[in-house]
Design a protein around this ligand. Sequence first.
Ligand code: WQD
Length: 339
Amino acid sequence: MKILVTGGTGYIGSHTVVELQARGFEVIIVDDLSNSSIDVLDNIAKISGKKPLFEKFNLTDSEKTEAFFKLHNDIRAVIHFAAFKAVGESVEIPLMYYRNNLVSLINVLQGMIDNNIRDIVFSSSCTVYGQPDQLPAREDTPVQKAVSPYGNTKQICEEIITDTSITANVRSILLRYFNPIGAHETAFIGELPLGVPNCLMPYITQTAIGKRPFLRVWGSDYETPDGTAVRDYIHVVDLAKAHVIAVERLTGGKGKKNVEVFNLGTGNGFSVLEVIKSFERTSGVKLNYEIKERRPGDIVKVWADTEFANKELGWKAENDLDSMTRSAWKWEQALAKKK
Ligand code: WQD
């Protein structure tokens, strides 16, 4: 069974391709390589023994997308990752985010409808909840007005898929990720942030390897046990495995509604300082960090209610925080060796 993975050379996409291949799926990746490297294809093959099919183009190009779906008329389902995802950048260049993230999804959905492909798994984010009033965040926790154009594109994409599946023959699963971190145990694939990382984990490992002088901890005066913000960090491999289960649920006709939403987290919230302590424990490296002002737009705390995904998907995150920080460090060290 052939699965299209858009954005498949990216961080979560590449880990998902590895898990799909391990389950016997054939994978074709479409990626414009604007935020990832072509080397990822060979690195996936080093793990799975099979290089995925690959086509390089931007999915906002409707002619190319239409031609692609016509050519590959044996695609059985789609996992759609392709999107820009830097919260801060989205505030600076909102139009690029709306065009890229919305038009690429629209073209993918059109290609599916024109070629009778029914099933799509969509990469969404817990960012749609903003700062929930109640914790843990459940799938029916109210979606709040997005605080960034990036978060807004995720909300609008969920609505586009929902509206499309009412009339067109489309079945979808929306996966709302909490904070994906870590890397595959082989360290052949991992997070490859271009330029200065926005996210915590790559900034920690780049500081520890000596690429950054120190980590800035954004705020220590939050209403949390140690004053630093709390997030539900989830190992990227656990997240990848959930995508395979979601594809099998759709293609096996086991979905109970045309649109299903699942929170993908561990159910545990950890603060920035707790992540730093875990990293120091697993790497043996004393991290150089300084407490700074809060980062605008940050929420205080969020973690997932994982009951629905555990029950309905039969999926549960297996990796604890130490295995996440250990794998992130192993990946950063492997990157340094490649230089
Ligand atoms: C986590 C915590 C920071 C960097 C965002 C998006 C989300 C997803 C993941 C794409 C916060 C603190 C961070 C640093 C720090 N992106 N931090 N120093 O903001 O929870 O989520 O990235 O899918 O959609 O919203 O993740 O890793 O940026 O921050 O103190 O150098 O680490 O303030 O408390 P975030 P993050």
